[in-house]
Design a protein around this ligand. Structure first.
Ligand SMILES: [Zn+2]
Ligand SMILES: [Zn+2]
Length: 892
């Protein structure tokens, strides 16, 4: 049975039993900024389990794409070395939200495994939490397992918790017996194999059922949940290996075709040499992870998710080199990933060109990294050539690794080849630097949740279960009456807030838009019976609560009272202009550059917009204008902007662009602008495009590898921008006393003229210096019988210096000449030695010696050599050292 058939059969089984089959959510978790990547099926249902959100189904099943890379779940370095570790994998799961519980969960699991998939019952065992008598009894009764086939295990193995507080409960696992012929470390150590609880490969964990039964509070007390839930997960790759009779997920039809692709590229067969096999597994696994991550909008960078992606790709490239693949290859392997997985996950087919381009650029960058790193290593070797102990400094290795991304093992290899040693001392220094770095990363990663010390997190978690989702009225109204449901300050609920205080206020309904989808929140005012306040900002707390930050300007505001809310309309109008402008820009970019353009980030402010998108190259001349023109055409056509609500599936079928990384409910809002643009969007928009008036791009550039950024303005802001540019033009034209339209031609002529003059000045300076050469020649000194002339001629470039040297040579038929000059901090040196002296005083060595003193280097022929340097303050000293060098050489 193929991996695809297993996936389909699993979902179909649960569909027939009343489960809604839900699409895999993106790898970048939409609502959880603290989670690196989606790493299990339950991630997209977290707020449902927490009771913060309702869906119109109570049973669901998914095949969820997951990435585990680094952290407690999966050390990247293990991938490829074991049969089971994968960074990217699919998790099959069924979920019950307060519907069925342990009995059905166990029944479904057992029936599906033994009947639909036909696994032999005598090769299966179950584990339960040691105190979970219910589950123990159910495995006996429902599955007919004997007591010897049900293991009771402790909290470490069979108890699950969402976090330090919140839902938790016992879990139960099903293990499959692969055979006792496989090696077991316990047995090799003279003990007995622990069966399903053992780390060896004899028993493999197939399916994990979590019984969410309790809520744990801050004191650690467990309270039973009123509606216990089910969360299960089964790794598809591992399951496929069992069903296909393979030891390793890499031998299944999900991964083996990728290894075959790599075999072809490197001309080596899999299964012959363990080291080569490891490399092939690494590349196969990492190509999958990279393809899916990039398709979901992650781009390689030095921060957070982008950094993990970069590490994954570079590790694959490094292993490619070990297989002899020197030229970029990984980008092409992503094509094989799409061939295997594209039917199940159409988003990677859609993104195929962008994925390949991103990977190829990263491969080229990595080649540069290797070159740069090798140069740094050579420099290190030069500087430490005199070391007695020849032990590599761990801090140097860390800088290479961390700042330049140079692989540790490669650096070690090169340094050891040069006679240096990597010792525990090296490792210690490296680890210490790494630990500091981790601390920094940890501080950065924990900005979202409880660890940030935000005292309000707990209160909003509580409020989101107590209060209904506020009704948003702002698509139609800018003012409305509403009731204050809660006031919060410093993490505590308040009965009232007085003049001068700032509080967060939740209303039952509001016309104010909370920041989301890139659009900034509304400001406005709030008026009660005995006071009023300014709304300074509006945003979400949790996934549902709209919060207004209010400064009380008069009297006081109270919980429960009716207030009149109004939104600051000028700012809102600016936001509408720029949001509709953003949609037009997005569609225009796809029309001009191609459909590979995908939104990577967006900011909608009242006075400008910023749009990040995937595109492999800088925009060509004229492309920005084409985009601008296309948008302005839509503006002039004054197209009606029509919002509509529909089902997500219906919206996607109608061709609406959905942004990967965004989370959508079942009912979604679609913004259609004629036939030009259709997007899923919750933002506030214009009634018709004509209101934009004018659209102007103000800036275009790169933000990360494969991601470009455009900044633009609309409406009044666009007019103001054009006005500023116009007055700058007029002012420039005024200085030249010409009409503005003649500026380009006149400026070109002026630049041409300037270049000509600069050349003339250089020629004149050389001429002048040559005339001085006569005086210079007379300044030559006799050193051990040799005429030596060293002089400084500031302002001359190397060409000028050489020309003066030529003149001097005529006047000093036998002798040594060194001329130096400094322009700003840049030092040039030229040395000439007459033919009769080159044996004893080679010019190349002379110039090398003195260039060192000005922080530079150079060389050349025995009779003429030149050098550069960067420390002009040492130039006189360097020139003064020439006589000494001649003396030393004469004695040698
Ligand atoms: Zn064992
Ligand atoms: Zn939008």
């Amino acid at each position: 049975m193929t991996g695809s058939e297993i996936r389909a059969r699993f979902l179909e089984y649960f569909r027939r039993r009343g489960h809604t089959v839900v699409r895999s959510s993106p790898l970048v978790p939409a609502q959880d900024p603290t989670l690196l990547f989606t790493n299990s099926g339950m991630v997209q249902f977290k707020s449902v389990f927490l009771g913060e959100e309702r869906r119109d189904y109570v049973r669901a099943a998914t095949a969820q794409k997951c990435v585990r890379a680094g952290g407690k779940h999966n050390d990247l370095e293990n991938v490829g070395r074991t049969a089971r570790h994968n960074t990217f994998f699919e998790m099959l799961g069924n979920f019950s939200f307060g519907d069925y519980f342990k009995e059905d969960a166990i029944r479904f699991c057992w029936e599906l495994l033994t009947e639909d998939f036909g696994l032999p019952k005598d090769r299966l065992k179950a584990t339960v939490f040691t105190e979970d008598d219910d589950a123990f009894a159910l495995w006996k009764r429902v599955a007919g397992l004997g007591e010897d086939r049900i293991l009771r295990l402790g909290e470490k193995d069979n108890f699950w918790a969402m976090g330090d507080t919140g839902p938790c409960g016992p879990s139960s696992e099903v293990h499959f017996h692969q055979g006792d012929h496989l090696p077991c470390a316990e047995e090799q150590a003279g003990r007995t194999c622990l069966g399903p609880a053992c780390d060896c490969d004899r028993w493999v964990e197939l399916w994990n059922l979590v019984f969410m039964q309790f809520n744990r509070d801050a004191s650690g007390t467990l309270t039973p949940l009123p509606k216990p839930s089910i969360d299960t997960g089964m790794g598809l790759e591992r399951f496929a290996a069992v069903l296909q009779g393979k030891q390793s997920s890499f031998d299944t039809d999900l991964l083996r075709p990728l290894i075959a692709d790599i075999e072809k590229r490197c001309g080596q067969a899999y299964g012959r040499d363990e080291e080569a096999d490891v490399s092939m597994r690494v590349i196969a696994d990492h190509a999958r992870a990279a393809t899916f991550l990039i398709a979901d909008g992650v781009t390689p960078s030095n921060e957070w998710r982008g950094y993990v992606l970069r590490r994954i790709m570079r590790r694959a490239m490094r292993h490619g080199r070990m297989l002899g693949l020197e030229a970029p290859f990984l980008w092409d392997v992503t094509g094989a990933v799409v061939a295997v997985m594209g039917d199940a996950y159409p988003e990677i087919r859609e993104a195929q060109a962008r994925v390949a381009e991103t990977v190829r650029q990263e491969e080229e960058r990595f080649a540069e990294t290797l070159d740069l790193g090798m140069a740094k290593i050579r420099q290190y070797l030069d500087e430490h050539a005199g070391d007695a102990r020849k032990i590599v400094d761990g801090r140097f290795l860390f800088t290479l690794y961390d700042t330049h991304g140079f692989p540790f093992d490669l650096a070690q290899e090169v340094l050891e080849d040069a006679g240096f040693r990597v010792t525990p001392e090296t490792q210690q220094a490296f680890d210490a630097e790494m630990e500091t770095q981790r601390e920094r990363a940890r501080a950065k990663a924990s900005f979202g949740a409880a660890e940030s010390g935000d005292p309000s997190v707990a209160i909003y978690q509580q409020l989101s279960t107590q209060l209904a989702k506020p009704e948003f009225l702002g698509y139609r109204a800018l003012a409305a009456p509403a009731r204050i449901l809660a006031l919060v300050a410093d993490g505590k609920r308040r009965r009232e807030a007085r003049q001068g205080e700032t509080v967060e206020i939740i209303l039952d309904r509001t016309p104010a838009y909370a920041e989301s989808g890139g659009q900034q929140g509304d400001t406005g005012s709030l008026m009660g019976r005995e006071g009023q306040g300014e709304i300074e900002d509006t945003y979400y707390r949790g996934s549902q609560l709209i919060v207004h930050r209010v400064k009380v300007s008069q009297g006081h505001l109270r919980e429960g009272e009716e207030v009149a809310v109004s939104v600051e309309s000028r700012r809102r109008q600016g936001l509408r202009l720029h949001h509709t402008g953003t949609h037009l820009l997005h569609a225009a970019l796809r029309a001009v550059l191609g459909t590979h353009v995908a939104q990577a980030g967006s900011l909608v402010a009242p006075d400008h917009l910023r749009f990040d998108f995937s595109h492999g190259a800088a925009l060509k001349d004229g492309e920005v204008e084409d985009v601008e023109d296309l948008v302005n055409e839509q503006v002039q056509a004054n197209i009606v902007v029509s919002p509509a609500e529909m089902d997500l599936q219906e919206a996607l079928r109608s061709g609406a662009m959905a942004l990967f990384g965004e989370k959508y409910g079942d009912r979604v809002r679609v913004i259609r602008i004629g036939d030009f643009s259709t997007e899923l969007c919750g933002g506030t928009h214009l009634d018709a495009t004509g209101q934009i008036g004018l659209f102007k791009v103000t800036d275009e550039g790169a933000v990360a590898s494969g991601v470009r950024r455009i900044e633009a303005v609309t409406g009044e802001a666009a007019l103001a921008h054009v006005g500023r540019e116009e007055s700058a033009l007029r002012e420039s034209a005024g200085l030249l006393k010409i009409p503005p339209l003649e500026l380009p031609r006149r400026l070109a002529a002026l630049l041409e003229e300037q270049k000509r003059l600069e050349k003339q000045v250089a020629q004149l300076e050389t001429k002048l210096a040559r005339n001085q050469a006569q005086d210079l020649a007379s300044a030559a000194k006799q050193v051990t019988g040799v005429s030596v002339l060293s002089a400084r001629l500031d302002g001359l470039d190397p060409d000028g210096l050489r020309s003066v040297v030529d003149t001097l040579r005529d006047r000093l038929p036998s002798g040594i000449i060194v001329l130096g000059s400094a322009v700003d901090d840049k030092v040039s040196l030229v040395a000439a030695v007459s033919k009769d002296l080159t044996k004893r005083f080679p010019a190349g060595r002379l110039v090398q010696e003195i260039a060192k003193m000005v922080g530079g280097g150079g060389g050349g022929r025995p009779d003429l050599a030149q050098a550069g340097g960067k420390d002009a303050s040492k130039l006189d000293e360097a020139l003064g050292a020439v006589a000494g060098w001649v003396e030393r050489m004469a004695q040698a």
